[in-house]
Design a protein around this ligand. Structure first.
Ligand code: ADP
Ligand code: MG
Length: 281
């Protein structure tokens, strides 16, 4: 059923919270919600976790975190493809969306992931259609079965209707910012380890000074690029490989500075930070 429509895809992925660097506030919150979610049949409806909205800068771990939610909650993960919804292959977006929600009800319990929600706004649909779709979504969020935990992600939440973030819709709205110095060290450590390299052998404190303003995805890219150099020369990775790789990456926070600043400013008063603020030393 899931594969036939293409609207809802099963995501097989073993990502756990250990793969996510930083975002400590979000992680702590998720672990608390897991407990409540598992007790859902004994709780009154207003306490049962309904879902979370995670917004923020591209490449900083939103999708990664959603994958980790599913394994934390010990539930299967289903992704709702917004491009498919707007493709016209399933009728008007509104009814395609309703159809996807109906499928989800049948596969509960599960985590359902509405990825890149702002696609609904940047697509060519009329404002009226978009409005109806979001209204439907928010109503469904309130009425859906208890067995579904919704994880919605957006890079540009500022493009979405204000109702989306109004209290009581989602249990919480988190803002995932560029990683802090300490978070980048953790992210480097995770990605070295995942590739079989012992991170304790590297000067990550020095590396963090050269990677200010980088996203998690850029840190990963740096590790991959440095490892590629080392492998080509058939030797072990060195600190210099990592440092040299930093010079080849131009971070999004530079190339898209205005957009990144805008998102940060927007989120500042409207969302809960997923990580503690940078400690100025
Ligand atoms: N906080 C992080 N910790 C570890 N890896 C990260 C982090 N942020 C990004 N990455 C790496 O970058 C990749 C892309 O990040 P992703 O979660 O897809 O970003 P987005 O916020 O755009 O959804 C991830 O799969 C992961 O490998
Ligand atoms: Mg993403």
């Amino acid at each position: 059923m899931v594969n036939r429509t293409g609207l809802v895809q099963y995501v097989a992925d073993g990502t756990t919270l250990d793969y996510v660097g930083g975002l400590e506030i979000l992680k702590r919150w998720l672990i608390e919600r897991r407990k409540l979610f598992q007790m859902r049949d004994q709780l009154s409806a207003d306490i049962v976790p309904k879902g979370v909205l995670i917004m923020g800068i591209s490449g900083c771990g939103k999708s990664l975190s959603v994958k980790a939610i599913a394994s934390t909650f010990e539930l299967p993960l289903y992704r709702i493809d917004m491009t498919e919804i707007f493709s016209g292959r399933h009728g008007p977006p509104e009814s395609a969306f309703a159809q996807a929600c109906k499928i989800l009800e049948q596969i509960s319990p599960a985590v359902c992931w509405f990825d890149e929600l702002e696609m609904a706004v940047t697509s060519s649909e009329s404002a009226g259609e978009q409005g109806r779709m979001f209204a439907f979504f928010l109503t469904w969020m309130q009425e859906k079965t208890r067995g579904l935990f919704v994880a919605a992600t957006a890079n540009r939440i500022d493009l979405l209707p204000a109702e989306m973030i109004r209290k009581g819709r989602f249990d919480e709205v988190f803002f995932v910012d560029l990683p802090t110095d300490d978070e980048r060290v953790e992210i480097f450590r995770i990605h070295l380890q995942r590739r079989g390299v012992d991170p304790s052998k590297f000067d990550l404190e020095r590396l963090k000074r050269f990677t200010k303003g980088w996203t998690g995805a850029e840190c990963e890219q740096c590790v991959v690029s440095a490892l590629t150099t080392a492998k080509l020369e058939e030797r072990d990775l060195t600190d210099d490989d990592l440092l040299n790789a930093t010079a080849t990456i131009v971070p999004l926070s530079k190339t898209m500075k205005e957009q990144v600043d805008h998102i940060r400013e927007w989120a500042f008063e409207r969302a809960v930070r997923a990580s503690p603020r940078e400690v100025v030393r």
